[in-house]
Design a protein. Structure first.
Length: 226
């Protein structure tokens, strides 16, 4: 599903349920990273990295371990940019050659309302106003969860370019639905702090897309070279 949100230069691999969750599939360098984690975290970590290695193969790159760096971000082999995501029953990885895109971010969430009290902590006043209008027009979509997912994708695309934290309040995201569609669309993320320099150009906004299907909310952001 996630590949539908990404350009042709990006390869994506996903897994479902208990597929590829056996920790024996981890490389020796990866096992210490989750040695003390709970079982659920170890299974998600394993499946996401199996997806990443299969994506490397699709790109024609020898499969390699994927360690974690600052703030838990994946450390990709030289020449690659990518993103991983996981939620209950779903894991995915997306990879691209760094010559083709500056950065990307993907996120998957269950298609369900956010827990009580969370939406007010992640949504700016303008986002809350737009949420009310979108929810009234398309009540089948949990736009609060979709906004959360979009912000996660924005952060995952932002961090490799800046190595800095981006708070929920530092990007104003406008979600739009595709004409005649209730379950897919796009979004514009206006950065409220100085954006990254990409090819010497200051980037002030990211563009993304979203999809709701099979009980999941999926979002993706790609940052082109300038």
């Amino acid at each position: 599903m996630i590949e539908e949100l990404l350009p042709e230069s990006v390869v994506a691999v996903e897994s479902h349920g208990d597929q590829d969750t056996d920790e024996a599939l981890l490389y020796p360098q990866e096992r210490p990273l989750v040695a003390r984690a709970v079982s659920k975290r170890r299974r998600e970590f394993t499946a996401a990295r199996v997806c990443a290695r299969r994506a490397m193969e699709k790109l024609g790159v020898p499969p390699q371990h994927v360690l974690t760096g600052e703030r838990g971000a994946p450390v990709w082999p030289d020449g690659l940019a990518g993103s991983m995501t996981h939620c209950d029953g779903y894991r995915a990885a997306a990879l691209v050659r760094a010559a083709d895109l500056a950065s990307l971010g993907i996120d998957a969430e269950p298609h369900a309302p956010l827990p009580d009290g969370v939406f007010g902590t992640i949504a700016l006043p303008a986002e809350q106003d737009r949420h009310r209008a979108l929810s009234a027009a398309r009540p089948a979509v949990h736009f609060d969860r979709l906004l959360f997912s979009a912000k996660e994708s924005v952060y995952k695309a932002w961090f490799p370019l800046t190595r800095a934290w981006l708070d929920f309040s530092e990007a104003d995201i406008e979600l739009t639905a595709a004409p005649g569609q209730d379950t897919r669309g796009g979004f514009h993320a206006r950065l409220l702090v100085p954006g990254p320099l990409v090819g010497g150009v200051r980037v002030g906004a990211f563009e993304g897309s979203w999809l709701v299907r099979d009980g999941l909310v999926l979002s993706a952001v790609t940052v082109p070279h300038h």
